[in-house]
Design a protein around this ligand. Structure first.
Ligand code: SAH
Length: 245
C-alpha cells in the first residue's frame, strides 16, 4: 500500500531538503519520490543528508511539470502552510493519510510539497483533490519542507499499521466507479472549457475564475471514471457532436 503513494517535491531549491525528505520517507517505509524541476539534482548535498536512503534518492523520478508527476493518480493532496482564498477541502495530516491509503486500493495517490519560499501556486493546487495543512502555531506556521514530509509520512505509516485486510477489500470497487485520474480530469476540464466557449457561456464573466471554481468542485467530489464519461457525453451533445463513448 505504501508503495502506491508518491511524495512529490516541487521546484525544491536546496538539495539538502531533497535528501532529508528521502530519509524521512525511507524511515516510514515509503519509497516513491518525484522531483518536479529541482534546482539541483543529483547532488552531493542531497546524498549526504539522505544518510543511507540513497536508494530512494537514486530511484527518484524527475519531471518537468507537476501534471507529469501526477499522471495516473486517483487522489492528490497539496500541502500548504497558508489558508487559501479558493474553497478547498482541507485535511489534516491524519485525515489525508487515511484518504491516501483508502484510495490507493484503486491506484496511485500523491502528496505534493511546495517551494521552500513560496510554496505551491494556485494553479498547482488546482491539480489536487484536497489541501493538507499541518496544524501549527498560527504566528509561525511554515515548517521546513522535509519536516513537513516527515509529518505526513509518519501519519501514513500509522494509518497503514491500523488498516485491516477486510477494510482494504471493501474499498475495492468496479472499474468504472474508480476515481478518475488527474490526467483524465484535466482532459475533461479542457473539454468543458471548449464546450463553454462553443455555447458562448462566458460572455462578460472571467473564464479563468469560472474554471477555477468548477475544477475545485469536481476535484472535491472525487469524480469517478464513469461520471467523467457521462459529463463528456453531455459536453459533446452541447457542442452538437455525437457523444463519443
Ligand atoms: N511561504 C510558503 C511556505 C513554504 S514552506 C507558503 O506559505 O506556502 C515549504 C513547503 O513545506 C510548503 O509548500 C508545504 O509543502 C510544506 N509545509 C510547510 N509548512 C506546512 C504546514 N504547516 N502545513 C502543510 N505543509 C507545510
Amino acid at each position: 500500500m505504501l508503495d502506491r503513494i508518491r511524495i512529490v517535491l516541487v521546484n525544491t531549491s536546496h538539495p539538502g531538503n531533497i535528501g532529508a525528505a528521502a530519509r524521512a520517507m525511507k524511515n516510514m517505509g515509503l519509497s516513491r519520490l518525484y522531483l518536479v524541476s529541482p534546482k539541483q539534482h543529483p547532488s552531493f548535498d542531497a546524498y549526504s543528508r539522505a544518510a543511507g536512503a540513497d536508494d530512494v534518492l537514486g530511484e527518484a523520478v524527475v519531471t518537468e511539470t507537476l501534471a507529469d508527476a501526477l499522471k495516473g493518480c486517483v487522489w492528490v493532496g497539496g500541502t500548504s502552510a497558508r489558508e487559501r482564498a479558493v474553497q478547498w477541502s482541507v485535511y489534516d495530516p491524519r485525515d489525508c493519510a487515511g484518504v491516501c491509503l483508502e484510495q490507493s486500493v484503486q491506484g496511485d495517490t500523491a502528496i505534493v510539497f511546495g517551494r521552500e519560499r513560496t510554496g505551491l501556486t494556485n494553479e498547482e493546487l488546482e491539480l489536487c483533490n484536497g489541501l493538507v495543512h499541518i496544524p501549527t502555531n498560527p504566528e509561525y506556521s511554515s515548517l521546513n519542507v522535509a519536516a513537513a514530509v516527515q509529518v505526513l509520512c509518519y501519519e501514513l505509516r500509522m494509518a497503514f499499521a491500523s488498516q485491516s485486510p477486510e477494510k482494504t477489500a471493501e474499498n475495492r470497487v468496479q472499474k468504472e466507479d474508480m476515481p478518475a485520474t488527474t490526467d483524465q480530469l484535466e482532459g475533461m476540464y479542457q473539454h468543458m472549457y471548449q464546450m463553454m466557449e462553443d455555447i458562448n457561456f462566458f460572455g462578460k464573466t472571467n473564464p479563468e475564475i469560472i474554471m477555477r471554481r468548477l475544477k475545485s468542485l469536481y476535484n472535491r467530489a472525487r469524480t469517478t471514471k464513469r461520471e467523467v464519461a457521462i459529463l463528456r457525453g453531455i459536453f459533446s451533445a452541447a457542442q452538437g457532436k455525437k457523444s463519443a463513448d
